[in-house]
Design a protein around this ligand. Structure first.
Ligand code: ZN
Length: 136
């Protein structure tokens, strides 16, 4: 490792133009402190802040992924309403309810469901009946 003891103006200029010696005043994204960054990708002032930032980024990624997943499930597939037997997921979409609600309705006996192997199937007619039962 070489020590950068710049004695002449020329050496200093050279160091300043070298990418590894960039010094930028930045504001820490975590604590808001001003600090001198040696790299343009640096986003925080200290190791502690870097760890916090990492955690925060991971959390944001998780939230974003969840939102994206939600968006994928959302678009209603009109073909579902044509089906005779629906999966739990399809039933959820059809009546715009959560899986938990569907399971609870099945549990209460309000929604008739059958098993195909290990998978639950809900007949369309059972869904229609459900709405007859819950008519207001
Ligand atoms: Zn900081």
């Amino acid at each position: 490792m070489m020590l950068h003891t710049a004695t002449s103006c020329n050496t200093q200029l050279q160091l300043a133009t070298m990418s590894s010696n960039i010094r930028i005043e930045k504001t820490c994204e975590v604590c808001g402190n001003k600090y001198i960054a040696k790299k343009t990708i640096t986003r925080s002032c200290s190791l502690t802040c870097a760890r916090l930032l990492y955690k925060r980024t991971k959390r944001d990624e998780k939230i974003e992924a969840a939102i994206r997943k939600e968006a994928v499930v959302k678009p209603f597939n009109p073909a579902i309403s044509q089906k005779e037997f629906l999966t739990i997921d399809e039933a959820c979409q059809l009546i715009n309810a959560s899986r938990w609600t569907i399971y609870r309705l099945i549990d209460k006996g309000q929604l008739k469901a059958g098993k195909v192997g290990r998978n639950t199937r809900i007949p369309r007619t059972a869904i229609n009946e459900l709405f007859k039962l819950t008519e207001v």
